[in-house]
Design a protein around this ligand. Structure first.
Ligand SMILES: *Cc1c(COP(=O)(O)O)cnc(C)c1O
Length: 383
C-alpha cells in the first residue's frame, strides 16, 4: 500500500464509521502488521504503510498532502517547528565545503543556524542583499545552495524570484525559500522556479497562536532525500495533534489571509498620510512577479519625533510580543531585536532602523486597530 492509499483507506474508514469531515488524530507511536510477511515487506521497502510516528503518521500525512497542494508541490513533510524544517532541510543538502548564499535580513534564528552550526561544520556562508541576487548573474557561480526570503524578515524586501531562479538554474544552485509570510496563498515559489519551500507553520498556517510547527514542500526527489536523512536521524517530527490543528488552520487560511489583506490595505492607504511615518514596508501585488496579495505582517519606520517605547506602551489592541500570523495584533519593535543579548543576530549584523516597528495586523476589527495605532502614534510623537 502506498502512503497515499494508506491515508485514503484510513480516511474512508473514518467516514464509514461516522461521517467525520476532519482527519482523525491517530495518536499512536507505532503501527502493527498482520503478518510476518507484511512486516518484512514493509521493512524491505516493498510497501510504505506507516511503521513509526517519528517518520510517518496518517494525521501528519493528511496535513502534508494539504500543504503540497497549496504550494503546488509534489510532496511535503511536517516538522516540529519552522526552525526544525529549516535545519532539517539545510542539513540534508550540505556537507563540509558546501557554499551557501543567504539573503541578508534572514530570520534571526536561521542566521544563527548558519553561523553557529553550519559554519563550524565547514559550510561556507555568504550574505547578499536582494539586489545582488537579482542583478549579479555570477553571484551564484560555485554556490550549492541559495537560501532566500521574499519578503525578508523585518525589512520586507521582495525579490524577483523568476530572475533569481533563472541565475540559480544556470549555475546548478539549489534554491530554498522561507514562504511563511505569503503562507502559500499570496505566492507559490515552486511555480516561480524555486526548488524547496519552507514554512514556519506556527504563523498563518496555524493561524491561532496555539501551535509551533513547520513544513517543507518540494519535488518527490528532494522530499525523499529529507525524509530518508534528516527526518529519521534528527527526529524533529510533527506531532499528530499539532498536525490536526494545522489541518484545521488550512481550512480557513484563504479566508483569513483575505481579511489580513483588507486590514493591511487600509493601513497602507492611511499610513502614507502620517507625517511621522518615514517608510512603509508592506509588499503587495505588483511589487514583484508572482506576488498576488499583501499579508498582515508589515513594518513601519517612524521619524525621530516618535518615542517608540511610548508608542508601544500606549497601544491597547496591539500586544507586545514575538511571532505573528494569529488572530491577535502584535507589535515587535526593532530596537528590542537590536538590543538582544547573546550571539549576534541578523538584525544587528545587517542593520535595521531602531525606529522600525513590525506590525502583525490580526483579525480584529480594522477600525479598532487603526484607531489604536493612530492614537498611540499621536501620544508618542512631538509633532
Ligand atoms: C517564526 C519564523 C521562523 C521560525 O519558525 P518557528 O516555527 O518559530 O520555529 C522562520 N521563518 C520566519 C520568517 C519566521 O517568522
Amino acid at each position: 500500500m502506498t502512503e497515499d492509499t494508506a491515508l485514503a483507506t484510513l480516511l474512508a474508514a473514518t467516514h464509514g464509521a461516522g461521517g467525520a469531515v476532519t482527519p482523525p488524530i491517530v495518536q499512536s507511536s507505532l503501527f502493527t502488521f498482520d503478518s510476518y510477511q507484511d512486516f518484512a515487506d514493509r521493512m524491505a521497502g516493498q510497501t510504505s504503510a506507516p511503521v513509526y510516528t517519528r517518520v510517518q503518521n496518517p494525521t501528519v500525512a493528511a496535513f502534508e498532502q494539504m500543504m503540497a497542494q497549496a504550494e503546488q508541490g509534489e510532496a511535503a513533510i511536517g516538522f516540529a517547528s519552522g526552525m526544525a524544517a529549516i535545519s532539517s532541510t539545510l542539513l540534508a543538502f550540505v556537507k563540509p565545503g558546501s557554499r551557501v548564499a543567504c539573503v541578508e535580513h534572514v530570520y534571526p534564528d536561521a542566521f544563527r543556524l548558519m553561523e553557529r552550526l553550519l559554519r563550524p561544520f565547514g559550510v561556507e556562508v555568504n550574505y547578499h542583499p536582494v539586489s545582488a541576487f537579482e542583478n549579479n548573474p555570477e553571484l551564484l557561480a560555485g554556490v550549492d545552495i541559495a537560501y532566500l526570503e521574499s519578503p525578508s524578515s523585518n525589512m520586507m524586501e521582495v525579490m524577483n524570484l523568476p530572475r533569481v531562479t533563472e541565475h540559480a538554474k544556470r549555475h546548478g544552485t539549489l534554491t530554498m525559500i522561507d514562504n511563511s509570510w505569503a503562507a502559500g496563498v499570496f505566492q507559490q515559489p515552486l511555480t516561480l522556479g524555486v526548488d524547496i519551500v519552507l514554512h514556519s507553520a506556527s504563523k498563518y498556517i496555524s493561524g491561532h497562536s496555539d501551535t509551533v510547527a513547520g513544513v517543507v514542500v518540494s519535488s518527490h526527489d528532494h522530499i525523499t532525500r529529507i525524509r530518508d536523512l534528516t527526518v529519521p536521524l534528527l527526529g524533529a517530527k510533527l506531532a499528530p495533534f499539532e498536525a490536526f490543528l494545522l489541518s484545521r488552520g488550512m481550512r480557513t487560511l484563504v479566508a483569513r489571509m483575505r481579511q489580513h489583506e483588507a486590514t493591511a490595505n487600509r493601513f497602507v492607504d492611511r499610513l502614507s498620510a502620517l507625517p511621522q511615518v518615514r517608510k512603509i514596508r508592506s509588499p503587495g501585488p505588483d511589487d514583484t512577479p508572482g506576488l498576488t496579495g499583501r499579508s498582515g505582517l508589515m513594518a513601519v519606520e517612524f521619524d525621530d519625533s516618535v518615542d517608540v517605547p511610548t508608542f508601544c506602551d500606549t497601544l491597547r489592541h496591539f500586544k507586545l510580543g514575538v511571532s505573528w500570523g494569529g488572530f491577535e495584533s502584535l507589535v515587535m519593535p526593532a530596537r528590542i531585536g537590536l538590543a538582544q543579548a547573546g550571539e549576534q543576530n541578523s538584525m544587528q549584523k545587517f542593520g535595521v532602523s531602531p525606529n522600525l516597528v513590525r506590525l502583525n495586523l490580526g483579525l480584529e476589527e480594522a477600525e479598532d486597530l487603526w484607531g489604536d495605532f493612530a492614537a498611540a502614534l499621536a501620544a508618542a510623537s512631538q509633532h
